[in-house]
Design a protein around this ligand. Structure first.
Ligand SMILES: Nc1ncnc2c1ncn2[C@@H]1O[C@H](COP(=O)(O)OP(=O)(O)OP(=O)(O)O)[C@@H](O)[C@H]1O
Length: 841
């Protein structure tokens, strides 16, 4: 143990057995915990902490996502433009009241009489505009850094609209460092003198590591040198081109970590470590720009704007990591800071209407700490990670008035932040409901990357930044609403719990390791209940074999140490019992979750099968329809054949009948809609046809006369012959009668001819009389005409069959046909003809 370690102050957290769990700390910053100062025996400490943090004491804890609110002060320009309208009021220590601005359209412009609407939000802690960077760090991230140094994993990410102060909080300007440089500073201060500066072991994937060969080590060293050379060159270039424009100047330009206020060497954690424990620190820096991941530590190829795109991958435990990301081993805070600066140079910043130096991408700076037992064969006790994400701010494009590339960037930023919101919401709902829900982590690179931290990889903390400007009230309101939801999200954390163990045997250790593995497995299962729906897509499932082999080797080494002792004291036994109980509970919980999951899967399978069955049904229907067509076709052909056969064997009449039958059969066949009906109809029709054919055959047979018919006809013939003979016998009598009749006929003919002659004579007389009468009629007509045309002459005149004398005027007036002259004449003519006829007879 070094003198420095001996000088450290110890802090005791009493447990129920009054055996203290010991942590060592500088005691400078932690005010909340009661600190009992004491010194401690070096040997005791050594035995206590041998395997305390990596294998044995991991426990799954559930904790709410820590959400801190930071409100930035107004800039002078904002104050001048009347942005200050008391929109934000802090209610210490953890509440904030957001009031709608009076000048907002909704509340009426400048109307002081209208009361302001206000909403209250609660956070883990609210940090006002006067909060210094140091206070910010101490109140939020510092404890997470400590967790990482103790073997845990932690995520810190900033969230807020553009120009809200995220980058200020994250990185900070010169002389006022943000959380990232402060974290680096605290880490290296805390592990001072214990930095493992060889490059023999390198972190890999998420929680794994690899041992580097000599060649690989020299490659690493070269790569690191090149990186620092690049930074030096670019710094030199900048100093020669002297003053840069303010828009292109990144934060912390040109400073060194030691220049920065607050990163004082006193700011450190006192870690309880074994004498040979060392820390190997590796850092990486990447950005998610337009939904592509770029390594900010990779030199950008000539002519290109960005380094090549990297992919997100997943290890077998479901933790996401960036594949092929460059990890640089750093030996002190200055080196880490240089790496950070180089990455910042490559990050996408641009000037927008709302922020002169706006981050156009989400940047992720990661620190991995390998706790190494630096013995003959160095052994890794833990791999922990601190991930610091500075998210780009959401933007209202109408306000930023972005165009082209800026607009595209803004679109991608907003989309990924929206997905983050969706995930947080889904996580919250999933945790409230009994059924596990789909969390859309894969919808954006950012959420995919953060997935592990939300599902049990470590602690997570969100720093929400807002500005108090009235013009961004709406945006601020939605950020605060999102934060309120995020606060309720429970994060499953694998926490290292230090414990007392006077003597820990290998057997106990192996049991503890087994327990830890089981817990990991359970934690993993729990995680998979959240993310199980997502293991697909483009991601690479990493080969885990090599890591497993390494673990086995580690275990074997341990067993070599001490295999014959088997000591379990009472405390350890009780602890084991407690662990067992906890595990049982966990198991039951998992079982019930599994049951729910199973029922859900069953439902899904049922649905899938019913879909499949309905598909099969449709398929069979189609096939049946086709079969029906084929059968119909065949039936038609058979009918045709039958028809031809019948035609050949029947008379015309029978053919017609058969035709009719066939027609009917055809019609019936066509009309039958179902297959069964068609068959029935065909059978009955065939029976009909058969009958018709039989009838036709019968008829054909009947057309040939049978012996009965012939005998009938003979009888008929004999009857007729008898009748004929009788007629012959009566023939002479008939002849005589005929002779008499002929004579009578001749006399009659004679009489007739004489009568005929008389008739001729009479005809001649009649025609002579006729002529005379006609003449007389003509004359009379003439007279009558003359009379009618003459005035008041009285002439003898025939009226009603007797001679009458009357005045022509009277006749004209009273005769029924006197209405016109022609009808009167016609009437007279008729009378004359009647007279003539009478004369004839
Ligand atoms: N706490 C603070 N004290 C003083 N000035 C601050 C503070 N926070 C932010 N600022 C100033 O406000 C401006 C915007 O801050 P910053 O660039 O950090 O915003 P942002 O949220 O990162 O924006 P974007 O999302 O566009 O990158 C900067 O000029 C910064 O110096």
């Amino acid at each position: 143990m070094t003198t420095e370690e001996g000088a450290l102050v110890t802090k005791h957290f009493g447990d129920k057995n009054n055996k203290s769990v010991t942590l060592m700390e500088s005691g400078v910053h932690n005010t909340s915990e009661s600190v009992e100062r004491d010194t401690m025996n070096v040997d005791d400490r050594r035995t206590e902490v041998v395997f305390s943090d990596f294998h044995s004491q991991e426990s799954c804890l559930e904790d709410h996502l820590q959400v801190y609110l930071r409100i930035r002060p107004f800039t002078s320009t904002e104050s001048e433009h009347g942005e200050s309208q008391d929109c934000v009021s802090i209610e210490p220590p953890d509440k904030v009241l957001l009031k709608a601005p009076r000048t907002s359209l909704s509340t009426g412009l400048g109307d002081k009489s209208v009361p302001q609407t206000a909403q209250r939000f609660q956070f883990s802690q609210v940090l006002g505009p006067a909060t210094s960077q140091r206070e910010m760090f101490d109140g939020t991230v510092r404890s997470l850094v400590k967790d990482v140094l103790e073997g845990g994993n932690s995520l810190v990410f900033t969230y807020g609209v553009t120009n809200a102060g995220k980058t200020f909080t994250f990185l900070g300007p010169e002389a006022n460092a943000g959380i990232l440089p402060r974290s680096l500073s605290v880490i290296f201060n805390s592990i001072e003198g214990r930095v493992y500066n060889q490059m023999t072991i390198k972190p890999q994937r998420c929680r794994e590591f690899i041992r580097l060969t000599k060649d690989q080590q020299s490659e690493e060293a070269t790569s690191k040198r090149n990186l620092f050379r690049l930074l030096k060159e670019s710094d030199n270039q900048k100093s020669t081109t002297s003053q840069m424009s303010s828009t292109s100047k990144t934060p912390l330009q040109g400073s060194t970590l030691s220049d920065i206020e607050g990163t004082v060497t006193e700011d450190r954690f006192s870690l309880v470590v074994e004498a040979h424990t060392k820390f190997s620190v590796w850092v990486s820096f990447c950005e998610i720009y337009n939904e592509n991941i770029h390594d900010l530590l990779e030199p950008v190829p000539n002519g290109a704007q960005k380094s090549s795109t990297l992919r997100l991958s997943q290890d077998v435990k479901g933790n996401s990591f960036v594949k092929d990301l460059k990890w640089v081993q750093v030996n002190n805070a200055e080196e880490a800071y240089k790496v950070m600066k180089l990455g910042k140079k490559n990050q996408s910043f641009a000037s927008t209407k709302l922020n002169l130096l706006s981050s156009r991408s989400h940047s992720i700076f990661s620190v991995r700490i390998l706790r190494i037992e630096d013995s003959r064969i160095p052994r890794v006790n833990s791999v922990s990670e601190l991930s610091l994400c500075d998210l780009a701010g959401s933007e209202r494009c109408a306000k930023t008035q972005n165009k082209g590339e800026r607009l595209k960037e803004a679109g991608n930023i907003n989309t990924s932040l929206m997905t983050l919101g969706k995930c947080i919401n889904a996580l919250r709902q999933s945790q409230q409901s009994k059924l596990p829900q789909h969390i859309p982590f894969r919808e954006s690179k950012l959420t995919h990357y953060l997935q592990g931290f939300f599902c049990g990889r470590g602690k997570a903390c969100m720093v929400v930044n807002i500005n108090q400007c009235a013009s961004v009230y709406d945006e601020t309101l939605s950020v605060l609403k999102f934060s309120a939801v995020a606060q309720k999200v429970v994060v499953l954390t694998t926490k290292t719990v230090p414990h007392l163990a006077t003597k820990t045997s290998v057997r106990e250790l192996s049991m503890i390791i087994d327990n830890a593995d089981r817990k990991n497995l359970l934690g993993q299962r729990r995680r998979s209940s959240l993310v199980g729906w997502e293991t697909s897509l483009e991601d690479v499932q990493e080969d885990y074999n090599d890591m497993e082999a390494e673990s086995v080797a580690e275990e074997e080494t341990m067993q070599e140490v001490d295999d014959d002792k088997f000591l379990i004291d009472k405390d350890a036994y009780e602890r084991q019992l407690l662990q067992l109980k906890a595990l049982r509970e966990q198991l039951q919980k998992e079982r019930s979750e599994n049951l729910t999951l199973e029922s859900r899967i069953r439902d899904e399978v049922t649905k899938e099968f019913s879909d499949l069955f309905s598909e099969m049904q449709t398929d069979y229907k189609e096939r049946l329809a086709k079969e029906k067509e084929i059968v119909e076709e065949r039936a038609e052909r058979r009918l045709e054949i039958l028809k031809n056969l019948v035609n050949k064997n029947t008379s015309q009449e029978e053919r017609d009948r058969a035709d009719d039958e066939l027609d009917r059969a055809e019609r019936a066949t066509k009309d039958s809609s179902s297959l069964g009906g068609m068959f029935d109809s065909m059978c009955s029709d065939l029976a009909g046809i058969k009958m018709a054919a039989e009838t036709a055959t019968t008829c054909l047979v009947v057309t040939h006369p049978s012996s009965d018919t012939i005998s009938n006809l003979s009888e008929q013939l004999s009857v007729n012959t008898n009748e004929l003979e009788n007629y012959c016998k009566r023939a002479p009598q008939s002849n005589e009668q005929l002779e008499e009749a002929r004579k009578t006929l001749e006399s009659q003919e004679l009489k007739f001819s004489r009568l005929l002659e008389m008739c001729h004579e009479k005809d001649e007389v009649i025609s002579a009389l006729q002529n005379t009468v006609d003449q007389q009629v003509k004359d009379t007509i003439k007279d009558v005409s003359a009379f009618l045309n003459g005035p008041g002459v009285v002439k003898p005149f025939f009226w009603g069959g007797g001679p009458l004398f009357c005045e022509s005027k009277f006749i004209r007036d009273h005769h029924p046909h006197n209405h016109n002259k022609s009808s009167f004449i016609g009437h007279m003519q008729m009378l004359m003809r009647g007279v003539a006829t009478c004369l004839c007879f």
